[in-house]
Design a protein around this ligand. Structure first.
Ligand SMILES: [Fe+2]
Length: 434
């Protein structure tokens, strides 16, 4: 076993790579953006944000810090929630024409992911779809680095500031896919918990379950030793399965979200809870950026592809819309019931980190113990009751499964294999929980 606790396999990976940005965390750190930009040699910055943040106090803080450091700035805010390939094309065109020498993104996952994808296209050309893995894309290689990127997250969920992953909707297919490449990792991440002070409670709930699921999926993902070894170190992806480093961050993130989610949702003045959730989201981002998610994220994409009669409060976006964290968590109790069989100890530990009472539980109980704790937390924070809570019924199961079955890389990162019928069965089990 050597110095690690993961069992080696005969033809699997024997090594893993860790990559995170230079990370600064703390209240007030948004005002360090200018100094960080100067440190990266930026003289003209393209600031990516969304139309709602553009005229608000957070962007004002970043603009003021750039002014103090005499750095020119052009602002790009034409970014929608759940950005698509057209958004990326336009943003890359803006970046190219602006002749900026770096990007600062200020926003949630949609803004940060758009910045990553636009940086990629601006540097190396083509259409973002070419860079997706087959069967959707051509797995086009990223030949070299992009312009430097300082990512400033404004929600306590995405973790995108710490990952080399960008999630983009492909319009022609009306569903989201993932571009993952180490060159997409931001150079600098700034996580300032003051960004969460004014978030509505249902946004804290949704993003909190996104962070929870990132951490839980990493902790229960296939071990990196069961992924194929790569001959070329440059070709090693950061979606590489559970490893000792991702375990560290995932465990702590689960502990934090188990302790603080309910408090952070209930009371916007509870700084201890909300600041902790922001740290938990960053830790969960570090975890999934170095291991990868699995079935709850894969199966969320069917939901956002096929959502119909559903509106979500406090999100300034046209209906139908299901927030990402909700789309991820509504199937999670059913999914972990299914995957527990392959890794019961890790499912039980995950439940315990989240605060479940697993005293005396046997390996056979693992799925039920974990799903019971998830359901308890969902009910306590007014999360929709499974698929039926977001407008789906049993008639939708086949199409949901067909849609999500295209997320081959995430499905392959799960601890237990699943085929189309297994995915249909998990959706059926996720219709409602209480
Ligand atoms: Fe997510």
């Amino acid at each position: 076993m050597g110095c690690q606790y993961f069992e080696p396999t005969s033809d699997g990976a024997q090594s893993f790579t860790v990559a995170i940005p230079k990370l600064t965390f703390g209240r007030g750190t948004l005002s360090e953006a200018g100094a960080r930009a100067r440190g990266l040699g930026m003289k003209k910055v393209a600031l990516f944000t969304d139309p709602h943040l553009e005229s608000g106090p957070l962007v004002a803080i970043v603009l003021e810090s750039l002014r103090r450091d005499s750095i020119d700035v052009v602002v790009y805010s034409d970014i929608r929630i759940e950005p698509d390939d057209d958004t990326v094309t336009q943003a890359a065109k803006f970046l190219h024409e602006a002749a900026a020498d770096g990007v600062i993104s200020v926003g949630g996952g949609s803004v940060i992911d758009t910045a990553k994808a636009a940086l990629l296209i601006a540097a190396h050309g083509g259409n973002i779809r070419e860079y997706f893995a087959p069967p959707v894309g051509e797995a086009r290689a990223v030949p070299g680095p992009l312009l430097p990127h300082i990512a400033c997250s404004t929600t306590s969920g995405t973790g995108s500031e710490c990952t080399s992953i960008s999630v983009i909707r492909v319009n022609a297919l009306n569903t989201k896919f993932v571009v993952a490449n180490p060159h997409l990792l931001p150079e600098v991440a700034i996580v300032d918990p003051q960004c969460c002070d004014s978030l509505p409670s249902n946004v804290v709930a949704s993003t909190g379950f996104d962070l929870l699921s990132h951490a839980l999926e990493c902790y229960t993902a296939r071990a990196y030793t069961s992924h194929a070894e790569v001959a070329d170190p440059g070709a090693r992806q950061l979606i590489q399965g559970a490893n000792p480093f991702s375990d560290l961050s995932a465990k702590e993130a689960l502990d934090i979200v188990g302790k603080y989610l309910q408090r952070g949702v209930a009371d916007s003045t509870d700084h201890e809870a909300r600041d902790s959730l922001m740290w938990g989201a960053t830790l969960a981002g570090i975890a999934f950026g170095n291991s990868g998610t699995h079935l709850p994220h894969a199966m969320s994409y069917g939901i956002t592809h096929l959502m119909k009669d559903i509106t979500s409060q406090d999100y300034k976006v046209a209906s139908p819309f299901v927030p990402h964290g909700i789309s991820v968590i509504v199937c999670a109790p059913a999914i972990f019931r299914y995957t527990a069989e392959a890794e019961p100890a890790r499912h039980l530990e995950g439940a315990a980190f989240l605060g479940a009472d697993s005293e005396g539980a046997t390996p056979e109980d693992a799925g039920e113990v974990l799903s019971k704790r998830l359901i308890e937390m969902m009910r306590a924070t007014d999360i929709p009751n499974g698929l039926s809570g977001v407008g789906f019924g049993t008639d939708d199961i086949k199409s949901l499964a067909e849609s999500s079955n295209r997320q081959t890389r995430a499905i392959a990162n799960a601890p237990r294999e699943s085929n189309l019928v297994d995915i249909e069965n998990m959706y059926a089990d996720a219709i409602s929980y209480w």
